[in-house]
Write a protein that binds this ligand. Structure first.
Ligand code: ADP
Ligand code: MG
Length: 252
């Protein structure tokens, strides 16, 4: 189980997350929605230990193991994975060598790397010649997102946080990415997912066990998949004064 308990997170001296709690059990898919700037990426980054974010209180537990004091690589080795909202371009490091290096680091052996890579490329409809290109360098938005899911497929973590991995994709790429995630879930039913998204259509591909709505650094509501529909119709927030229509949040 991945447990977040009363997590408070600061960035640049500002308190962004205010006592956020949620727990994801093995095999569960949770959807996290909320207006831009509500703190979704802050939660994702804090979970993996991005040093720009300071945990000012609360706990993160992965199968009871406290993570807050651990470096990102240790968290990854324990089975946590983050697909970035904005994947970084790294010139001079090929995709293949990046993937192979991380794979060996995580699995302590390069066994089956090539076989798994070929399977994952096929699953995500990625051309093998991408492996010779520099990591994310000059990739289109959609290619960057596919590259994140390729890592997810290869590294087989216990829990994956996907930060708007379905944003900015054309219809075909959205389908490939969403079907890719759903296929991974089938081959590894124990995989827990926290999917940050603005896109209700993702539910066509993924069964959501729990949906959370974040607003101004807090989870203001959690529920089942019906909550997505509610947000689509009524917008975010409980009261009219807090009402922010979904459509205005789709951009960016
Ligand atoms: P979301 O992913 O939900 O769109 P973020 O987690 O990216 O939201 O941002 C949450 C809040 O943190 C925003 O209000 C943003 O302006 C603020 N923020 C981001 N970077 C910094 C920073 N360096 N210093 C202070 N506040 C920041
Ligand atoms: Mg974000």
């Amino acid at each position: 189980m991945l447990e977040v308990k009363n997590l408070k997170v600061n960035r640049g001296g500002t308190n962004i997350l205010k006592a956020v709690s949620l727990s994801i059990k093995e095999g569960e898919t949770h959807i996290l929605m909320g207006p831009n700037g509500s703190g979704k990426s802050t939660l994702a980054n804090a979970l993996l230990g991005n040093p720009l974010y300071t945990v000012a209180g609360g706990k993160i537990l992965l199968d009871k193991m406290p993570l807050v004091k651990l470096s990102p690589d240790k968290r990854a080795k324990l089975g946590l994975f983050l697909a970035f909202q904005y994947p970084v371009e790294v010139e001079g490091v090929s995709m293949r060598s990046f993937l192979r290096t991380v794979y060996i680091e995580l699995k302590k052996s390069g066994e089956n790397f090539n076989k798994n890579l070929v399977e994952s490329l096929k699953l995500l409809n990625i051309n093998e010649n991408f492996m010779g290109r520099a990591l994310n360098f000059g990739f289109s938005g959609g290619e960057k997102k596919k590259s994140e899911i390729l890592q997810l497929a290869l590294f087989s973590p216990k829990y994956a946080i996907l930060d708007e991995t379905d944003s900015g994709l054309d219809v075909a790429s959205l389908r490939t990415v969403a079907e890719g995630i759903s296929a991974l879930k089938k081959t590894n039913p124990k995989l827990g997912i926290l999917m940050i998204t603005h896109n209700p259509r993702i539910l066509k591909y993924l069964n959501a066990d729990v949906v959370h709505i974040m607003f101004q650094g807090k989870i203001i509501k959690s529920g089942n998949a019906a909550l997505v529909k509610e947000v689509e119709e009524k917008g975010y927030g409980d009261t009219k004064s807090k009402l922010i229509m979904m459509n205005s949040e789709r951009i960016g």
